[in-house]
Write a protein that binds this ligand. Structure first.
Ligand SMILES: C[S@@+](CC[C@H](N)C(=O)[O-])C[C@H]1O[C@@H](n2cnc3c(N)ncnc32)[C@H](O)[C@@H]1O
Length: 242
């Protein structure tokens, strides 16, 4: 498997080369909610980190983050952003295929895979997922986001029946998750996880290229038996301030 990608072979080169880099500066909303509530620390890995919006937020919260991506241009942007954010000492980049990265068991306090398991074939995604669940520490958090068949880029129903605009980078998504697929992985006893948040939804995206719609599934989970004092999402029933 080659990890040496030329500019022309990298579908994300141009989006990451832009002044207004694709996916913007804000971390994924669910990561932002988690980071608002925890004191960061320990090791994190951002798989398919792109230009690093989640990597930099995790580092700013105190995690030592390894960012893995195939796109050399994305990783350059991560370096730039980490440096200007004063967190370069907490960010390591790795130009590699997530399928080739060995994740040591019980190692990471935060594992993030924001839309990468849908960029690799289903069987590979399942194998990487298995490693991710093993690599989580007993008190860590795991976040996964994937495109679903609701996405108008999907070749399957209902996405393929939609006339909503499609993402400029939809061509890189090859494995649209079916309804409940990510949820079923998470509740499989082999995963040894407790689900804190699972959602399948549609969302409009204005962070890159022309306006477009997405179908997404998101999952936030911890190790089974772990009951953290954070919510991991904006609190639905916050305590009244006294
Ligand atoms: C939709 S982008 C998401 C980037 C980032 N996670 C974010 O949310 O801003 C998908 C990323 O996955 C990367 N990617 C796709 N296949 C990959 C693979 N097999 N190994 C590593 N990275 C991969 C792409 O280069 C791209 O940066």
């Amino acid at each position: 498997m080659t990890t040496d990608m030329s500019h022309s072979a990298d579908p994300f080169f141009e989006p990451y080369d832009r002044k207004n880099v694709a996916y913007g500066d804000e971390p994924t909303a669910a990561i932002a909610a988690f980071l608002d509530q925890v004191d960061g620390g320990g090791r994190a890995i951002d798989l398919g980190a792109g230009a690093g919006r989640d990597t930099v937020a995790l580092a700013a919260a105190g995690f030592d983050v390894t960012a893995v991506d195939l796109s050399g241009r994305g990783l350059e942007r991560i370096h730039e952003r980490a440096k200007s954010g004063g967190v370069a000492n907490r960010v390591t980049t790795k130009e590699a295929d997530v399928r080739d990265v060995a994740l040591a068991a019980n190692t990471y306090n935060a594992i993030v895979a924001t839309t990468v398991l849908d960029h690799i074939p289903a069987a590979d995604a399942m194998r990487v997922w298995g490693q991710m669940t093993e690599a989580l520490t007993d008190t860590g958090m795991l976040f996964v986001e994937v495109h679903t068949t609701e996405d108008p880029g999907s070749p399957e129903h209902p996405g393929c029946d939609s006339d909503a605009p499609i993402s400029e980078t939809a061509g890189a998504v090859i494995n649209y998750f079916r309804p409940n697929q990510l949820a079923s992985w998470a509740v499989d006893p082999k995963s040894r996880l407790r689900v804190l948040r699972y959602e399948e939804r549609q969302e409009w995206d204005y962070t890159h290229g022309p306006e477009h719609l997405h179908g997404k599934a998101i999952l936030l989970a911890v190790r089974e038996g772990f009951y953290p004092d954070w919510f991991g999402q904006p609190a639905a029933f916050p305590r009244n301030a006294s």
